[in-house]
Design a protein. Structure first.
Length: 200
């Protein structure tokens, strides 16, 4: 969507499989292989660095100075997560079921990962959005969660089949009205400059 608005976008992806999927879906957008703790980009190169659903996979002691290095003066770092909106009753019920099966299950909220050091004053926003998708798409999204993947294919398939049965009781037409909250955190390089943050 950023590219569609005229931005020059470069993606960074560590995994070969995800890189292949990205190239398949968005062949016109450049992608480089790398990780947030050591970005394969020149210093002062970007106006905006974004992490969608991925900042919690980095080591902020390394990834934060790396973002500052790559950003131009005045540039912004934006972190966000789409979390299931548990204020919606059917999603709260789904979350309760998955917590019975997988005690560590969450709604996708980043928790403490959203907080930046005090040296980086940040703006926090929570935005809500919805979409209607086929039941299969909804279950495929759930099936991509790492907590399910670590259970193994057979156990994950069993739980997704059980969830399909439960959801068909609520949505017999097979269309699921998903509801999300976007938990957004934005900071700028001015904060880093004021506190003289350096790449370790």
């Amino acid at each position: 969507m950023l590219a569609g608005r005229g931005a020059r976008v470069t993606a960074v992806e560590p995994g070969a499989g995800m890189a292949r999927e990205f190239h398949r879906a968005l062949p016109e957008i450049p992608l480089v292989r790398g990780v947030g703790d050591a970005l394969p980009l020149a210093g002062g190169w970007a106006d905006l660095i974004t992490y969608a659903q991925s900042w919690h996979w980095t080591d902020p002691a390394r990834s934060l100075p790396e973002a500052v290095r790559v950003l131009r003066p005045g540039g912004s770092l934006a972190l966000w997560w789409n979390a299931a909106d548990y204020s919606v009753p059917w999603l709260a019920a789904q979350g309760a079921r998955f917590r019975q099966w997988i005690p560590e299950w969450t709604n996708g909220s980043p928790g403490a990962a959203r907080e930046l050091p005090a040296a980086f004053p940040a703006v926090h926003r929570t935005l809500r959005w919805t979409r209607s998708v086929p039941l299969t798409t909804h279950l495929d999204n759930i099936g991509s969660h790492s907590l399910l993947l670590t259970l193994g294919r057979d156990r994950a398939a069993e739980l997704l089949d059980r969830e399909r049965t439960e959801l068909l009781k609520v949505f017999p037409g097979g269309t699921v009205p998903e509801a999300y909250t976007v938990e957004l955190t934005v900071t700028t390089t001015e904060a880093a400059q004021r506190h003289r943050i350096r790449n370790p």
